[in-house]
Design a protein around this ligand. Structure first.
Ligand SMILES: NC(=O)c1ccc[n+]([C@@H]2O[C@H](COP(=O)([O-])OP(=O)(O)OC[C@H]3O[C@@H](n4cnc5c(N)ncnc54)[C@H](OP(=O)(O)O)[C@@H]3O)[C@@H](O)[C@H]2O)c1
Length: 254
């Protein structure tokens, strides 16, 4: 049985599209008030209106989480306006694939800035609030969910720097999980396979066809499939910590 999230507050980064958007919507359905964070404010406002129509609170926060001050301000505004922070879903990410030898340095910097530093900035700002929430009703447990990838478990041709960032997220999550276990902040890693989102749209034009071929003949996951996994993780009873969830499309072999 899933525990309800009534009386709790969740912050989802990268909530303007894809997995983050679906996750914010689903956590609100489970009863949480949700802070939705990303750069495209218009998309966040549409989502917030939909969540509020369903009778739950949504707070729109336009922020670039690669800027430490903006990441910290997003967390502080959430706590100031919604009262607490029980769940952080560190989801915002970018995947710029291609051979390492010919890649522009700027692409590597974008991936490290968002997939690694953005995750760290949000975690660092959120931890005192998650620790406080873990001592309070209604759940006496809090959740930090980091979104990694199959690419965080298996390196592959053409995804070296993306692999580096997601392997890093996995290592960080496991160490933090051990550190916080006794304090009831559960640190979890969710690792999607191919999901139909905007993620691949940012790959350089000349590599688009190659990137599409990697997924050819595979029915991709929907964002809602991953949101479902995240909701499963954060609605377990206090005694249960789901440390890691790897979700591939049924047809994805690698
Ligand atoms: N799709 C897949 O196949 C797949 C597979 C494995 C793992 N993942 C992971 O899942 C996560 C979500 O990706 P997705 O597939 O849902 O892709 P997506 O639709 O492109 O979503 C990425 C989100 O990150 C936000 N974002 C980008 N830069 C940002 C910044 N500087 N500050 C704040 N937010 C920022 C984007 O919003 P704005 O542009 O509005 O800021 C968007 O909401 C990523 O971590 C990705 O690595 C995806």
């Amino acid at each position: 049985m899933a525990d309800r999230l009534d009386g709790t507050v969740a912050l989802v980064t990268g909530a303007s599209s894809g997995i983050g958007e679906a996750t914010a919507r689903l956590l609100a359905e489970h009863g949480a008030a949700v802070a939705v964070v990303a750069r495209r404010k218009d998309r966040l406002e549409q989502l917030a209106a939909e969540i509020e129509k369903g009778g739950k609170r949504a707070l729109v926060i336009e922020a670039d989480v690669t800027e430490q001050a903006q990441a910290a301000a997003a967390v502080e505004r959430t706590v100031a306006e919604l009262g607490r922070l029980d769940i952080l879903v560190n989801n915002a990410g970018v995947m710029l694939l291609g051979p390492i030898a010919e890649a522009p340095l700027e692409e590597w910097e974008r991936m490290v800035d968002l997939n690694v530093k953005g995750v760290l900035y949000c975690a660092q700002a959120a931890l005192p609030h998650l620790l406080a929430a873990a001592e309070k009703k209604p759940r006496r447990v809090a959740d930090l969910v980091n979104i990694s990838s199959v690419a965080g478990r298996k390196a592959n041709l053409g995804s070296g720097v993306y692999n580096l960032t997601k392997f890093g997220v996995g290592a960080f999550s496991e160490s933090l999980r051990m550190e916080l276990a006794k304090r009831h902040v559960r640190v979890s890693l969710v690792e999607p396979g191919f999901v139909a989102t905007e993620l691949g749209d940012h790959i350089r034009g000349e590599l688009q066809e190659w990137a599409r071929q990697r997924q050819a003949g595979i029915e991709r996951l929907e964002s809602e499939d991953i949101a479902d996994a995240i909701a499963y993780v954060v609605t377990r009873p206090r005694r249960v910590a789901v440390n890691e969830v790897l979700v591939r499309p049924s047809e994805q072999e690698f």
